[in-house]
Every structure is written in structure tokens, then in C-alpha cells.
Design a protein around this ligand. Structure first.
Ligand code: AMP
Ligand code: MG
Length: 414
């Protein structure tokens, strides 16, 4: 009875309202650590980084060729310059370039004093100690200037930046061996359901294997999160309560799957209400309508639905962005495309749908999407066959072949 009243009283939130609320519900975690830069890959920077050197540290050549002074460039015809020395990367020319001279130079080598222009070797002719250059070059050609990439005092990275291979290289090019990053976010997760068995156990009548703990493990690991796997918890209010308390004491966030509907064995929402705050729990989306979001003590709480596709879809759409905010990540980018759908899609107006799709190129080289087929929230193979979500807005009443649809590729591999 109580559940029926709740059900009627609670408004179905739109996906965008839910996203906004879920982000408002979480804050950046405290704590940082200093790591050797290689160890900081996929972590979130917790400091601004100022350049203490110029990169490049000196004017240098962008080409293999000859360093000359632009005053010697012919306005027409050719000129002959005397080859006066060599400047190689790591072995600069010691002297000064004089009028009428050229220096053999390699990519990355210091531009000798007196030179201001590089002639590519393909555009010059070397005969013994003479270099022949024709007209048509411009002062400054192929010179890379000091500090062009980073200047002393520049803020080159800011707090909240995800450290990717480019940042590792950038830090190394500044000579920085260690860097301060956010500590990893700690997440405790478990599945609820009397029917669930773990891999390695034998299934009895009416039992299934717990797959959500494995998809969650995978999705969380890709976010570089510290995991606490609490196993399967029975559909028993006392057991659920105890698990919630333990999890919320040891983790920044708690993720459960299952038990969020209005069935008689669904204790997640009521227990969350008893121990903490429920921010919302029903979203106008498919798959994944019941979704308990809130907090217990200091821990954020995400109760995703039990159906395997719903668990993954709600994780990607709601939990992942919230965890990214908690980790201190400042910018996230989710690729969205508009492409023609080459299969008809069935849909009732009312809820926003995340259908599973396969992006591919047709024989003209244009990108198209088609459905993975049956769209039930229990069909986990649909997530495996898919390489994208096809996002159909709440008001959409179905798609005919050729219609443009919005697509979110699975690009969450860092
Ligand atoms: P629930 O959200 O608990 O009502 O579960 C909805 C459906 O998802 C039921 O068919 C459950 O058996 C199934 N289910 C719940 N949890 C899991 C899990 N961890 N792995 C696989 N299926 C699950
Ligand atoms: Mg259940």
C-alpha cells in the first residue's frame, strides 16, 4: 500500500532533470597524492602546472637543410653561399654565421647566431662547399621559435584535467618528475537478489548468475576507481541495511543493483530512505526507469536497476558523470552524432529510450546506424553487439528507415 502511494506521488523525472539533480547531489572528494608521472596516467590533476622553462628552449630548425641569413636571399635567379659548418640536434654550431655563408642544419638543431631562415635540403643544391639557393623563400621559413609551445610562467595545465598520454609527455617536456593528483575515488558495490549466484557456484532451479557485478566492475575499472566488491546481498531488509551501513562507512560512493522497483522483495529504496536521503528514484527513461539516487552519511548512493541492460545504461548515463564529478574531473566530453538509421525502430511516446545500435559505414563511406534487434532490458547480448546507444527523445513515436537519429558511441575507453 505504502509503495503504491509512493508510486503515485512521485513524479517521473525527465532524463535531463535527473542528470542535473544527480550532479547537484555529489561533491568533489578530498585527498590527493603525489605520483611519479607515469603512475599518474588516467588520474585527475590536483594542481595547476606552470612552465618553468621555455619549450622549445631555443630557436631551432623544423627541417633538414641549410640555415642562412635572409639578407642573402636572392630576389630573383640564384645565389651561391659558402658552406661554413654544421648544426645537428644536440651538437650546435659553435660559431657565428657570416654574410654569404650557409650552415648545414638538421631538424631540432639550434639555429646558429646570425641565421634566421632555413632552406629545406630539397630546395637547395649542394656542390662541394657551395650551396645554391634560388629565389622564392621568405625570412623565417622553417624556424621553430623559443617558447612557441610553452613559455616560462605559462599555466599549461589546470586542476581537474584528466592525465592522458599527451599530459605525460607535456610534463616530461617540462622536466617534471612527479605530480600531485586527486586520490582515487573509492566505490563499494554489491548486487541484491535471492536468485543470484556468483560464478563458480552451481545454479539451482530459479537461480541465475549475477552479471551486474561484472559489468559494474568493468565500467568502474575503466574509470580508474578503487573498488570494494561486497558480493551478493539477499533480499532481506536487515541484510540490505547492514550492507548499506558498512558500504557507506568505507566508500565515497555506494552502488547497488536490483531491488529498486516496487516488488515485494525490493528493499533498496526504503532502506535508503531509512538510513539516508533519497533524492529521486524514477526517471522517464527506458531501459532503467527505477533508479534510487541519494546519500547515506557522506557517501553518495546509486541504486541501479537489476535488469542487466538497465544497470549498464543507467550507469553510463547517470552514475559515470556523477563519479567523474566526484573525482574532480573538470571537463568531460561525450561524443554525439546524428546519423541515418537504416532499420525501423519501434517506440511508444513517453520515455526517452537508449536503444542499442551498431554504427557502421555503408558502401558510399557514409556513417549509418542499425538496431541490434530485440531491445528487452534483460538482453545483455544487445550491449555486447552494440557499439552505440541510439537515443530516442521521450516524445518520439518510432523511427522509419532513413530517419536521422541521435547516437552516442561507446567511447568510454580512456
Ligand atoms: P530487480 O531490479 O531486483 O527487480 O531485478 C530485475 C531483474 O533483473 C530480475 O529479472 C532479476 O533477476 C535481474 N537481476 C537482478 N540483479 C541481477 C544481477 N546482478 N545480475 C543479473 N540479473 C539480475
Ligand atoms: Mg531483485
Amino acid at each position: 500500500m505504502k509503495q503504491n502511494c509512493d508510486q503515485m506521488a512521485s513524479k517521473l523525472l525527465s532524463v535531463s532533470e535527473a542528470k542535473e539533480k544527480i550532479l547537484d547531489n555529489v561533491t568533489i572528494i578530498d585527498g590527493q597524492e603525489k605520483l611519479a608521472i607515469r603512475q599518474s596516467l588516467n588520474r585527475v590533476l590536483d594542481t595547476d602546472v606552470q612552465s618553468t622553462i621555455n619549450v622549445p628552449p631555443y630557436d631551432n630548425s623544423a627541417m633538414d637543410g641549410y640555415a642562412i641569413n635572409s639578407a642573402d636571399l636572392p630576389t630573383e635567379g640564384e645565389t651561391r653561399l659558402k658552406l661554413a659548418g654544421k648544426s645537428f640536434a644536440g651538437k650546435p654550431f659553435e660559431g657565428k654565421l657570416k654574410k654569404g655563408e650557409a650552415i648545414r642544419i638538421m631538424t631540432g638543431a639550434v639555429i646558429p647566431e646570425g641565421a634566421d631562415t632555413i632552406i629545406m635540403q630539397e630546395h637547395a643544391q649542394a656542390i662541394d662547399d657551395t650551396v645554391v639557393i634560388s629565389a622564392g623563400h621568405t625570412k623565417g621559413d622553417h624556424v621553430r621559435y623559443i617558447g612557441e609551445d610553452m613559455k616560462v610562467g605559462d599555466t599549461v595545465l589546470r586542476t581537474g584535467k584528466l592525465i592522458t598520454p599527451a599530459e605525460l609527455g607535456l610534463l616530461a617536456s617540462l622536466g617534471i618528475p612527479e605530480i600531485q593528483v586527486k586520490r582515487r575515488c573509492r566505490v563499494a558495490f554489491f548486487s541484491t537478489g535471492d536468485e543470484l549466484r556468483s560464478v563458480g557456484e552451481t545454479l539451482e532451479e530459479g537461480q541465475i548468475y549475477d552479471s551486474n557485478r561484472y559489468t559494474l566492475y568493468g565500467m568502474l575499472t575503466r574509470q580508474n576507481i578503487e573498488l570494494i566488491d561486497m558480493g551478493v546481498i539477499a533480499d532481506d531488509p536487515a541484510a540490505v541495511k547492514e550492507a548499506f551501513l558498512t558500504a557507506s562507512n568505507i566508500a565515497d560512493a555506494v552502488i547497488t543493483s536490483g531491488g529498486v522497483s516496487v516488488g515485494e522483495a525490493d528493499y533498496v529504496k526504503d532502506t535508503l530512505e531509512e538510513l539516508g536521503q533519497v533524492s529521486f528514484w524514477r526517471v522517464a527513461m527506458k531501459p532503467g526507469k527505477p533508479l534510487a539516487i541519494g546519500s547515506i552519511n557522506k557517501a553518495a548512493f546509486f541504486g541501479v536497476p537489476g535488469n542487466p541492460v538497465s544497470a549498464m545504461a543507467t550507469f553510463y548515463q547517470f552514475v559515470q558523470p556523477a563519479l567523474q564529478k566526484m573525482m574532480g574531473l573538470r571537463e568531460t566530453f561525450r561524443l554525439m552524432l546524428k546519423v541515418p538509421c537504416i532499420t525501423a525502430l519501434r517506440k511508444q511516446p513517453g520515455r526517452l529510450e537508449y536503444q542499442r545500435g551498431i554504427l557502421s559505414y555503408n558502401k558510399n563511406g557514409d556513417m549509418v546506424v542499425n538496431s541490434t534487434g530485440v531491445q528487452g532490458s534483460h538482453i545483455l547480448t544487445s550491449m555486447s553487439h552494440a557499439n552505440c546507444f541510439i537515443i530516442l527523445p521521450a516524445e518520439n513515436a518510432g523511427v522509419t528507415s532513413g530517419d536521422l537519429v541521435e547516437v552516442q558511441p561507446f567511447t568510454d575507453v580512456i
